[in-house]
Design a protein around this ligand. Structure first.
Ligand SMILES: Nc1ncnc2c1ncn2[C@@H]1O[C@H](COP(=O)(O)OP(=O)(O)OP(=O)(O)O)[C@@H](O)[C@H]1O
Ligand SMILES: O=C(O)[C@@H](O)C(=O)CO
Length: 415
C-alpha cells in the first residue's frame, strides 16, 4: 500500500485525484488527531494524509510529518511519498528539505528522488529549473505569493539552504535513456551526500513519459518526493481496481476563496461577470475574524434561498493591506468560521480556493476523512465528508480554468 504525506490539504486532494485516475482505491485522511485505525482500510490501495505543514515552523512540520509516517506504517503502508507543491512553495528554512530528510532518516533511506514536475498542470523541470507553462518560476505570479514568494527557479539553489544532505541531478537526457540509465544515474548521484547524509536527487521531467521512466527506476524505493506528477506515474504501475468515481448532483454551492493566486482572481472575476453574487471580506486594522465572518454570514443569509454565492478575501498584491498583522492567518480564520457557519445552515456543497484556506476550513469543519470522487477540474476532485454528508472541492490556488467557479456553482457541472 502507498502512503502519501501531503504538506497541505489541496495538495492532498491533488494527489488523491492522481491516484484515483490511476485506478487506486484511495482514502483521504484530513485530521491527524482522528486515528487512521478508525477508518475501514480493508480494501484500500493508498492512503493520503493531508497536513498543514507548508508554512509552519520547521520543527512543527517535521514532527507532524513523522507522526503521519508512523500512522501510515501502522496502517500497513510499505512505500511512502512526500507530496509538496508543484511550484515548490517553501522558504530558505524549509519545509520541503527538512521534512524529506526527517522522513528519510526515520525510514533508513539514503537517497530520495524528488521532482515537482507535473506536466498535467504545466509544471516541468529542465536542467534542474522549474517552469510553469514554460516560464521560469520566479517570472510567474508565484514571485508575489503572500506566504512563500518564489524568487528563483533553480531547484538546487532553492533546496540547498534547506538541507543537511547533498544534491544530485537527473538530467532529461538520462531520463530519456530509460529506466536502466536512470537507476545507474541515481546510484551515482547517491554518492553526492557524504556518509550518513541524505542525497536529494532532483529529476528533470518534461512529459508524462519522463515521469513513467523515473517511476520505473524508483520501484523499490521506500521514499520518493515531489508533486502529484511522479506519484501518479508510480500509481499507474500498481494493479488498478477500476472503481468509478462519483460527483454530487448540481445544487446550491458556497464558494469560499482565500487564494490570491492569479487563476483564482480570474475565477472570481468570471463568476462575478456571470452574475454570481459575491461578498468581498476586507479587513481594517483592529477587525476580528469573528466579526468579519459574522458580517459575511449575515450577507449570505440575505441571499435568495437557492442562490450559489461567493465569499472571498482574495486580492491582488497591490490591493493587500500591509498594516494588518498576521493578515494571512486572519483571513484563514475568517474562511474557517464562515465554512462552519454555512455547514450549520445546511450548506452541503462547497468549493474552497487555496491550500492554507482549505486547511483552515477542514480544521474548523472537523472533517476527519473523505471519500475521493470525480475531478471537478484536473487535480481538484470532489471529496465527500460522509460524516457531515458534505461535498467539497478543495482547489489549489492555480488550478481550474477561468470559468471553474461558474461551472461548479452556477452551471453545476463536473468536468
Ligand atoms: N486580502 C488578502 N491579503 C493578504 N493575505 C490574504 C488576503 N486574502 C487571503 N490572504 C491569505 O493568503 C494566503 C493564500 O494562501 P492559500 O494557500 O490559501 O492560497 P494559494 O497559495 O493560492 O493556494 P495553493 O497553496 O493551493 O496554491 C492565505 O493565508 C490567506 O489567508
Ligand atoms: O502541487 C500543486 O500545485 C498543488 O497540489 C498544491 O500543492 C497547491 O497547494
Amino acid at each position: 500500500m502507498i502512503g502519501v504525506i501531503a504538506d497541505d490539504v489541496t495538495g492532498a486532494t491533488d494527489v488523491a485525484a492522481a491516484l484515483g485516475r490511476a485506478g487506486l482505491r484511495t482514502v483521504l485522511a484530513l485530521n491527524t488527531e482522528a486515528p487512521l485505525s478508525e477508518q475501514d482500510l480493508t480494501t484500500v490501495d493508498a492512503i493520503v494524509v493531508g497536513l498543514k505543514t507548508r508554512s509552519i515552523s520547521v520543527a512543527e512540520a517535521v514532527q507532524a510529518s513523522l507522526e503521519a509516517l508512523r500512522a501510515l506504517r501502522s496502517a500497513g503502508a510499505t512505500r511512502f511519498y512526500f507530496k509538496y507543491c508543484s511550484t515548490f512553495d517553501s522558504t530558505p528554512e524549509g519545509n520541503i528539505g527538512p521534512v524529506t530528510e526527517a522522513l528519510a532518516t526515520e525510514l533508513g533511506v539514503g537517497t530520495v528522488v524528488t521532482t515537482p514536475a507535473a506536466p498535467i498542470h504545466g509544471r516541468t523541470v529542465v536542467d534542474g529549473h522549474l517552469l510553469v507553462d514554460g516560464v521560469p518560476l520566479q517570472e510567474t505570479h508565484m514571485a508575489q505569493h503572500p506566504i512563500t514568494p518564489m524568487l528563483d527557479s533553480s531547484l538546487e539553489r532553492l533546496l540547498a539552504p534547506q538541507i543537511a544532505g547533498g544534491i544530485g541531478t537527473l538530467q532529461l537526457e538520462t531520463v530519456r535513456a530509460g529506466a536502466e540509465a536512470v537507476t545507474a544515474a541515481i546510484a551515482v548521484a547517491a554518492t553526492s551526500a557524504g556518509a550518513g547524509r541524505v542525497a536529494h536527487v532532483i529529476a528533470d521531467a518534461l512529459e508524462e513519459s519522463d515521469l513513467r521512466a523515473i517511476a520505473e527506476a524508483v520501484d523499490g524505493h521506500a521514499l520518493v518526493a515531489g508533486s502529484a506528477g511522479l506519484v501518479g506515474a508510480i500509481a499507474e504501475r500498481e494493479p488498478a481496481s477500476g472503481r468509478k468515481l462519483g460527483a454530487p448532483a448540481p445544487g446550491r454551492t458556497a464558494i469560499i476563496a482565500g487564494s490570491c493566486s492569479r487563476r483564482t482572481l480570474e475565477q472570481i472575476a468570471a463568476f462575478r461577470a456571470a452574475g454570481g453574487a459575491s461578498h468581498h471580506v476586507v479587513a481594517q486594522p483592529g477587525d476580528s475574524a469573528e466579526g468579519l465572518a459574522a458580517a459575511a454570514l449575515a450577507w449570505w443569509d440575505a441571499q435568495p434561498g437557492n442562490a450559489s454565492a461567493l465569499i472571498y478575501s482574495s486580492s491582488p498584491a497591490a490591493e493587500r493591506d500591509a498594516r494588518i498583522p498576521n493578515v494571512g492567518e486572519l483571513y484563514e480564520d475568517v474562511a474557517g468560521i464562515v465554512a462552519r457557519g454555512l455547514s450549520e445552515r445546511g450548506v452541503t456543497r462547497m468549493l474552497i480556493a487555496g491550500g492554507e484556506t482549505s486547511g483552515a476550513v477542514i480544521r474548523e469543519l472537523g472533517t476527519a476523512a473523505a471519500v475521493v470522487g470525480a475531478e471537478a477540474a484536473v487535480g481538484a476532485p470532489w471529496i465527500h465528508d460522509t460524516e457531515r454528508d458534505a461535498h467539497l472541492v478543495l482547489k489549489s490556488g492555480n488550478f481550474g480554468g477561468p470559468d471553474f467557479f461558474v461551472d461548479v456553482a452556477l452551471a453545476g457541472g463536473t468536468r
